[in-house]
Ligand binder design. Structure first.
Ligand code: GAP
Length: 456
């Protein structure tokens, strides 16, 4: 009897290496991300967010805050200082443990992180074999001095994670916010790490933004809340338009765990170079509160009056990167398609960022068909109507087709075109980024038309 045919392989997503350069080029060309200090030749994997990049990044952070703070009654916000004294990092364990193993190639003198080398026997730069020095532990924290005297007593650190701000303020927040476990403290802000090998554009940089939340729970509930936050955080990316097939949760092996963690799972995204970390969800146990209590002499506990018991809460921490997430949203949204050029029947390639409207830098572009003065008044009227509600772009030069293509590359969900008919019918043409379909909509009804489409 002949064997049944092998089943078709499942439609598993595979990485697309060409996507990387396409997105990096688009970021430069359209003003998302520029190399920092570019007129001086750039500055070591450091980047500046341009006119549309800053909007994208703000939208990512705002979407996170909305889901983690605004829509919850059990999470409050915080904005702690970036500069902090050595005592914080002594207690947290970062002075001792926040290190990466560094090796130098004796032939080409390049430095590498040992744990990120594909083959620890071969230098990826010059190809030399067994040319590496013994690994040294390199502390990733940036150190500087507060005040005019540089010396041991003036030493301070730029925070390498926002998390410690939440632990050192645990007592302040508990006393002022009327929250009780389970409750969380959330923070968005810059962190700094002296990465040995920054790279892959804004994926790994020395200055970056984090979005972290420390969720304080009764010790017996830690497992339950760990599972809960793993699922919640994966859903957040899917809800903002990243296809589920390009996301996965991966539990850390025991030898990968940070010094504070009893269990960590990463939300991973299929980047052009393969699966890599977007966010870590860690069960930090009571490690941080106990450490800070011991080092500061403060009681960092919760007294449950109903049960008559005192305990040190355990912490579940979803820790995401805002800059890294912005990059993933761009990569997931990038699309190219062949479209007919109007009136010519010929095809042309359209590049479009299919960003979720909440993430898109501009929600609407207002485009008067020509620069003629009689169109400027209604175009300004439309802009004035939309601007209090939505981030808008305004563009009155070039052929309308080229302006549409530009907005497609910025990911703008809708273009509103003001033409000569507008003068008579007080209506505008609304063009949809994804379908390119055009609707005629009255100016008076424009907001009602856009609202449900921008907040699906
Ligand atoms: N408080 C825990 C913590 O900081 P982490 O896994 O080291 O955990 C959390 O960092 C997230 O911060 C990462 O998943 C990543 O998105 C982002 N991140 C960390 N280092 C980064 C870097 N050098 N450049 C850009 N983003 C980074």
């Amino acid at each position: 009897m002949s064997e049944a045919p092998a089943p078709e392989p499942l439609d598993v997503e595979s990485p697309d290496p060409a996507l990387f350069d396409k997105v990096v080029n688009l970021c430069k060309r359209r003003g998302f991300v520029f190399p920092s200090a570019e007129i001086y030749g750039g500055f070591r994997s450091t980047y500046d967010y341009g006119p549309v990049g800053v909007l994208l990044l703000r939208n990512v952070k705002e979407a996170w805050w909305r889901s983690m703070v605004q829509f919850r009654h059990d999470v409050v916000g915080l904005d702690a200082a970036i500069l902090s004294p050595p005592a914080v990092w002594e207690a947290s364990g970062h002075l001792q443990n926040f290190t990466d193993p560094l090796v130098d190639c004796r032939v080409c003198r390049e430095r590498f992180r040992l744990d990120k080398l594909d083959d620890p026997e071969v230098c990826p730069n010059c190809g030399a074999k067994q040319s590496f020095t013994e690994a040294r532990q390199f502390n990733l924290m940036f150190r500087t001095y507060a005040g005019p005297v540089e010396g041991a007593g003036a030493e301070v650190f730029l925070r390498p994670e926002t998390a410690q701000g939440m632990f050192v303020n645990f007592k302040n927040v508990l006393e002022t916010s009327r929250k009780r476990p389970p409750f969380g403290i959330a923070q968005v802000g810059k962190s700094f790490r002296n990465e040995i090998t920054p790279g892959n554009f804004v994926f790994r940089t020395r200055e970056f933004e984090q979005m972290e939340m420390e969720y304080f729970v009764p010790p017996a509930e830690a497992g339950k809340w760990y599972e809960y936050w793993c699922a919640e955080r994966l859903d957040w990316y899917v809800g903002l338009g990243i296809p589920a097939a390009k996301l996965r949760l991966r539990a850390h092996d025991a030898d990968e765990l940070s010094h504070y963690s009893a269990g960590t799972s990463d939300v991973e995204f299929l980047f052009p170079w393969g699966w890599d970390e977007l966010e870590g969800i860690a069960n930090r146990t009571d490690y941080d509160l106990r450490q800070h209590a011991e080092h500061s002499g403060e009681r960092l506990e919760y007294f449950d009056q109903a049960a008559g018991e005192r305990y040190v809460p355990h912490v579940i921490e979803p820790a995401a990167g805002a800059t890294r997430a912005a990059m993933a949203f761009l990569m997931a949204a990038y699309d190219e398609e062949e479209v007919a050029r109007e009136g010519q029947g010929k095809g042309e390639l359209r590049t479009v960022l299919r960003l979720h409207p909440r993430i898109a830098p501009y929600k609407v572009a207002v485009l008067p068909l020509s620069k003629k003065p009689e169109l400027q008044a209604p175009a300004n009227e439309v802009l004035g109507l939309l601007q209090p509600h939505l981030m808008c772009d305004y563009d009155e030069t070039q052929a309308i087709g080229r302006r549409y293509r530009r907005q497609d590359e910025l990911g703008t969900p809708f273009c509103v075109t003001v033409d000569f008919d507008t003068l008579d019918d007080h209506a505008v043409t609304v063009r949809d980024r994804d379908t390119m379909a055009q609707d005629r909509v009255s100016i008076a009804g424009l907001l009602d038309h856009l609202d449900p489409r921008l907040d699906p």
